[in-house]
Design a protein around this ligand. Structure first.
Ligand SMILES: *Cc1c(COP(=O)(O)O)cnc(C)c1O
Length: 404
């Protein structure tokens, strides 16, 4: 029973180690041939024409907000059931996140609510208030307009993009896909990353593909590709001489070591995703039918799942937070997932959000539990986690509420 199970682990082979070592024998450690090759490989995965490597997924999302011309007081519609970076990127450009609640089955942006919100925001005035952050209603309404839609493919499952794209078309909105958790996923046969005007993948060590730190913007918009290359490199345009800067830019470059690692990982993408799917299937076998535990479901529109995390729902009378503690006592790590963005202290304070504002997101936030997950997990480790989970759930049901 003393099997150590980490929350996540990268899947690194001799090929990755050799690729990184090789870079160290060259003089080019940034903006070189590995970055080019990695960008082309990532664009191919997304089925688009351009990849632009950046130093994190968050940096990529920030640059997409600039490309979408989000400025002070402009609004961007997005989901509160996500990692905080998908909303923070809007704030970096003084934009206003307009949260819309999610589909209870998938945890992804609800297209019907998105349509209603877009119509009301276009009308403006009091019709808009219902969708605006509480502190920006009435006389404090944002000055700008709704510019963009930023759906997130939560946990590696694509959002229901067709109706969302329809909303964007009818209201002239830019669509940025946060595909940071969904590299390799497909929606009705179309790859995640090809569904909007631009998309972002992320390569933190717990993601399906890692570069240590890193991210990738993918797009088929030629002019945007040039803009992203300039913005990530201190605002230098391709035709600018050394130390000439056309616009305000950033140092969001991805180094050659990371790019070499990423390319070696992308060469193994199918294998990486298959291994993760196999681990998910082991979990499903052991947890299907377990009392008070619901296993993840994929929507009919998801033609390929890219398993990022394995998140179950712990339902009453079982108690999720107690289950986390009981699992920890058995040496099994687990995480509540996601803490809704609108309830993060900074968002409550700045925008006046309160409990109850987004009930579906809050329900999911209260019952969701991420279990240890990676492509290198063994069946024995999955056994360990599942036995511990069965026990913990049973105990949490029997324990008195006072022990919570
Ligand atoms: C991982 C992730 C990001 C950002 O990734 P970093 O590379 O850590 O900046 C953004 N959005 C979502 C939904 C993510 O899961």
């Amino acid at each position: 029973m003393a099997i150590h199970v980490p929350m996540s682990s990268p899947d690194i082979t001799a090929a990755e180690i050799a690729a990184v070592n090789e870079v160290l024998r060259t003089p080019v450690l940034s903006i070189g041939p590995r970055l080019n090759a990695f960008e082309q490989a990532a664009a191919a995965v997304a089925g688009v024409t351009h990849g632009i490597g950046v130093n994190s997924g968050t940096s990529g999302l920030h640059l997409c907000m600039i490309a979408a011309e989000v400025g002070a007081g402009d609004m961007v519609m997005t989901t509160p059931f996500s990692f905080i970076a998908s909303a923070n990127c809007i704030l970096y450009e003084q934009g206003v996140p307009v949260f819309v609640d999610v589909d209870p089955a998938t945890g992804n942006l609800d297209p019907n609510l998105a349509a209603a919100a877009a119509t009301d925001l276009a009308q403006g005035g009091t019709a808009a208030d219902h969708w605006l952050p509480p502190s920006l209603r009435g006389i404090r309404r944002p000055e700008g307009r709704l510019r963009a839609l930023l759906p997130v493919h939560a946990f590696g499952q694509p959002a229901d993009m067709d109706p969302l794209i329809e909303v964007a078309r009818s209201q002239d909105l830019t669509v940025i896909e946060d595909a940071c958790e969904a590299i390799g996923a497909a929606y009705k046969g179309r790859p995640a990353g090809s569904l909007g005007d631009a998309a972002v993948f992320a390569f933190y060590p717990n993601k399906q593909v890692t570069t240590g730190e890193g991210g990738m913007i993918v797009t088929s918009r030629e002019s945007w590709a040039g803009l992203f290359r300039s913005l990530r490199n201190q605002g230098r345009d391709v035709f600018d001489g050394w130390l000439n800067h056309t616009r305000l830019g950033y140092n969001y470059r991805l180094d050659e070591l990371s790019a070499a690692l990423g390319l070696a990982q992308l060469n193994r993408l199918d294998e990486l995703l298959e291994k993760r799917a196999r681990v998910a299937a082991w979990y499903e076998e052991r947890l299907a039918g377990a009392e008070f535990v619901e296993t993840p479901r994929s929507a009919a529109s998801t033609t390929r799942m890219s398993w990022f995390v394995y998140v179950v729902r712990v339902l009453p009378p079982a108690r999720r937070d107690l289950v986390v503690r009981l699992l920890a006592e058995r040496g099994v790590p687990s995480r509540p997932y996601f803490t809704p963005i609108h309830l993060q202290p900074f968002y409550r304070q700045r925008f006046g959000y309160r409990d109850g504002d987004f009930p579906v997101t809050e329900h999911l936030g209260a019952v969701s539990l991420a279990l240890p997950f990676s492509g290198v997990m063994t069946e024995e480790q999955v056994d360990t986690v599942c036995s511990a989970l069965h026990e913990a759930v049973k105990h949490s049901v029997m324990a008195s509420p006072a022990s919570d």
